[in-house]
Design a protein around this ligand. Structure first.
Ligand code: ADP
Length: 367
């Protein structure tokens, strides 16, 4: 008769391709019951957005199939996003499991477009997502979501403290510098300390409760905002958005250097406007050159997380408040956003696993 130990031993042959660890030691098998050959358990994946979820589930089924003496098998599959930041060290945002800061060397490379569509793509997988538009010099998220006139509400939390209430849009919680600037470009004239103060308020005095991923759309380049962000809360990592042109001009490289100095983890690079895909023949045309961002990621040892094609629908949709993830979910661009979002979620899980290991190594031995 097969026993629980044998089942666990067999399940431990299934390796999470991202985390490079077996699913049993990662604690992904829950509520296991085995009665007279009837096996039941829950497979708890590390994020609903993992690119390998289907593969892991299939490997688990195969492993159980190979066990002798299993009469009946029921598996529930769920996902619980891992904590990719040290929540114990963050008193004010202790229920936000991951903070992903989206950066670029210069403006106009599509950083906000990428941040928004990634947020929507993650939200579509079932994850709870927030989007903080911290691009003080051009807060474009309100326009891109068709919520330019959205006003912010303040509400009291259970302890009677006033908190900004993010605006809900398509299932994601949004706060933008743009909601506060009365005139266009007004925000950009504030001096550094004031800008830092406002960002701190958006982070620490807003209701970001229970989020799996908070995406922060940083201003382009290096300045007060990324510095304040890194110094105010622990963040999971930085995602760098580049275009082939930006790669050619070396601006992205400078930004990567500055973020590495800040000592925050780098999640990887996404190349935007990387190619044009012909709608008739589906051929990819690398108008601005091919493989630039890939080379950067190799040189700096950063994961290459995806390439987003040029698509006039992205630009038109942005101006009309209709993001391509929502209006053309089957387009090559939307599929590229989804695949990049999954790769980013996987990188967050990798950061989370590293963090877990570090914490276990630091914990005093139990007596
Ligand atoms: P940034 O945040 O880097 O300044 P934006 O996201 O505001 O850049 O994008 C700049 C412009 O480029 C916008 O008009 C946007 O709609 C357009 N854009 C971004 N990505 C693409 C793309 N892949 N294809 C076509 N247009 C794009």
């Amino acid at each position: 008769m097969v026993g629980v130990d044998q089942v666990l031993e067999k399940l431990a042959t299934v390796i999470d391709p991202d985390l490079k660890k077996d699913i049993v030691s990662m604690g992904m098998i829950k509520d296991l019951e085995l009665n007279s050959g009837n096996l039941k358990f829950t497979l708890e994946l590390t994020t609903p957005a993992c690119p390998f979820n289907e593969e892991i589930e299939a490997d688990v089924r195969k492993a159980v199939d190979e066990l002798e003496g299993i009469e009946d098998f029921v598996m529930k599959v769920t996902a619980k996003v891992m904590e990719g930041r040290d929540l114990a060290a963050d008193e004010v945002m202790s229920t936000v499991k991951n903070v992903i800061a989206v950066a670029s060397g210069k403006g106009g490379v599509g950083k906000s477009t990428v941040a928004l569509n990634l947020a929507l793509a993650l939200g579509k997988t079932g994850a709870k997502v927030g989007l903080l538009d911290a691009d003080i010099y051009g807060p474009s998220i309100p326009l891109m979501l068709g919520m330019k006139d959205a006003g912010m509400q303040v509400k009291k939390n259970d302890d009677g403290i006033d908190l900004l209430e993010p605006v809900e849009s398509n299932g994601i919680k949004v706060i933008s510098f743009g909601f506060f600037a009365e005139q266009e470009h007004q925000a950009a004239i504030y001096r550094g300390p004031i800008i830092s103060g406002i960002l701190k308020q958006f982070l620490t005095q807003a209701d970001w409760s229970n989020l799996d991923y908070l995406i922060v759309d940083l201003p382009p380049g290096t300045g007060d905002i990324p510095l304040t962000l890194a110094q105010t809360i622990p963040i999971t990592g930085i995602l760098v958005v580049t275009t082939p042109q930006e790669v050619a001009s070396n601006v992205a490289v400078k930004a990567i250097g500055m973020f590495q100095k800040l000592n925050v983890p780098m999640l990887g690079v996404v190349e935007n406007m990387s190619h044009f895909e012909c709608s008739k023949c589906s051929e990819k045309h690398y108008i601005f050159g091919e493989g630039g961002a890939q080379k950067i990621s190799e040189k700096y040892n950063l994961p290459f997380l995806g390439e987003i094609p040029l698509n006039s629908g992205i630009m038109k949709g942005s101006d009309l408040g209709k993001p391509i993830m929502l209006t053309q979910p089957d387009s090559p661009s939307a599929k590229a956003f989804t695949s990049s979002a999954k790769n980013i979620a996987a990188q967050c899980s990798i950061q989370a696993a590293k963090l877990q290991e570090e914490m276990q190594a630091e914990a005093p031995p139990s007596t």
